[in-house]
Write a new protein. Structure first.
Length: 300
């Protein structure tokens, strides 16, 4: 998709428009056809391919504007059976680790013709017969939530520890996990596990990194102070924070509200957060040979 709709006035936004004025359009563009939130994806160059800039979105089924295949990173953990009884999860945040992510070179390439390849609906199997593992990572929990938003509704217990064994969260998963689109002032009294999609990211003039659910002015955001911002960029080896646009996140943190009524999630350490990137896995046959290179895993 190389054109999106600017939410403020309904005008058309091209990839060139966005690249020239990202502060104007960030978090405020939608799919022209299905009106789902969109984000900008830079063009890049590698040894094997050259890709022009485009817009990504989590399109509704049947949307004809979906012309590239966006796919969440392949999982490095088994998907759990949400109906498995008597199970519990144990997460030790001190044991989290990062791994390399694939780095490409921006090519500032745009085009005026859409890809003609329609993107098929991606259906992933859910569940296995082995029951819940005792030890889990935040990324593993996020993987299950992406596959099944009702993960943990059948009484699954969770305990999260950090800093030498200090308990952060202990109880039923369903009572301690919140989708970002459902945050409210009821979630201000304790730390929760927040999760959901990131539409766009930005570093402000004070060095604060904002991970935005959508409209950065009114919709919920994650706020990372300058120290945590630099630590996250270093740990995940990010060339630019926009590499995480469109990704899914999970974070152990607390919720507050600005004077303007905007919901803001904060956390203490980057080990309390993890991501699953959204990659363009296929555009045409030329990309098939390098699609494995695109689906890179990273975990924190």
């Amino acid at each position: 998709m190389i054109k999106a709709k600017f939410r403020d006035n309904g005008s058309e936004c091209s990839t060139e428009d966005y690249a020239q004025n990202p502060d104007k359009y960030r978090g405020l563009i939608d799919c022209i056809e299905c009106s789902q939130k969109a984000w900008f994806i830079k063009g890049f160059e590698t040894e094997k391919m050259s890709r022009m800039a485009c817009f990504g979105a989590r399109h509704l089924d049947g949307c004809n504007a979906s012309t590239v295949d966006l796919k969440s990173e392949a999982t490095d953990e088994n998907i759990d059976d949400p109906n498995s009884p008597g199970s519990s999860l144990y997460v030790n945040l001190d044991k989290s680790a990062t791994s390399n992510i694939y780095v490409s070179q921006d090519n500032d390439k745009h085009g005026d013709e859409e890809s003609t390849r329609p993107s098929p609906a991606i259906k992933n199997p859910l569940g296995n017969s082995s029951g819940y593992p005792l030890n889990k990572s935040l990324r593993g929990i996020l993987t299950n939530l992406i596959r099944n938003p009702n993960y943990g509704e059948n009484g699954l217990e969770i305990k999260i520890v950090s800093n030498g064994g200090r308990t952060i969260i202990d109880g039923k998963l369903k009572d301690n996990i919140v989708n970002i689109k459902h945050v409210s002032k009821d979630h201000m009294r304790q730390e929760y596990i927040f999760w959901g999609p990131i539409n766009n990211l930005n570093i402000d003039k004070k060095g604060v990194l904002w991970l935005n659910y959508g409209d950065y002015r009114t919709e919920p955001s994650i706020r990372l102070n300058p120290e945590l911002s630099q630590e996250l960029i270093k740990n995940f080896r990010l060339k630019d924070v926009s590499e995480l646009d469109g990704s899914d996140f999970i974070i152990v943190g607390h919720l507050g509200y600005s004077s303007a009524g905007k919901a803001i999630i904060s956390t203490s350490f980057t080990k309390y957060i993890s991501f699953r990137k959204m990659n363009i896995s296929k555009i045409d046959d030329h990309l098939k040979s390098s699609s494995k290179k695109e689906a890179v895993l990273f975990d924190n």
